[in-house]
Design a protein around this ligand. Structure first.
Ligand SMILES: Cc1cc2nc3c(=O)[nH]c(=O)nc-3n(C[C@H](O)[C@H](O)[C@H](O)COP(=O)(O)O)c2cc1C
Length: 134
């Protein structure tokens, strides 16, 4: 939500890197509408979706205009002012430390600077081109 503007996308290409320092990585397509805002702001929040977020995930994973994506849920902020999803199972507020180019995607290595406590609920997973509760 800084000078690069607000952006968000559904992502499965997210995983942990290390616990010291707490860090994770996100792979982002350079053709994504979120690419310029995220790499300009150099901050992001990874919101782990619950099975209540199927429709929301479809919006963020489709070609919906960015304002409509954000209008479909409630948001707050932690340290970096990145959008923290209400009801997410976990939110990792991050500053991007390193960016590695790989094929069509950039790999964003991110330091986790704040966490929102875990909510109750089943996790939303994407498998065999469909959403499932886990
Ligand atoms: C289940 C699912 C997982 C996705 N995972 C990623 C991902 O890890 N990285 C990525 O750059 N895009 C991923 N996408 C695509 C983005 O969400 C993409 O931004 C979205 O299709 C909208 O494109 P746009 O923001 O350029 O309009 C995924 C889409 C879906 C539906």
């Amino acid at each position: 939500m800084d000078q690069g503007g607000r952006a968000g996308f559904a992502a499965t290409a997210v995983c942990s890197v290390s616990d010291t320092p707490p860090s994770l990585l996100v792979c982002i397509n350079r053709n994504s509408s979120a690419y310029q805002p995220v790499t300009t702001n150099r901050v992001l929040c990874v919101n782990v979706t619950s099975d209540q977020h199927r429709t929301l995930s479809q919006l963020f994973g489709g070609k919906t205009p960015v304002d409509e994506r954000f209008a479909a849920a409630s948001w707050s902020m932690l340290e970096t002012k990145s959008p923290v999803l209400e009801g997410a199972l976990e939110s990792f507020d991050c500053r991007i430390r390193d960016i590695f180019v790989s094929g069509s995607h950039d790999i964003l290595v991110c330091d986790v600077v704040a966490l929102k406590e875990r909510s109750e609920g089943a996790s939303l997973i994407y498998f065999n081109r469909a959403y499932h509760a886990l």
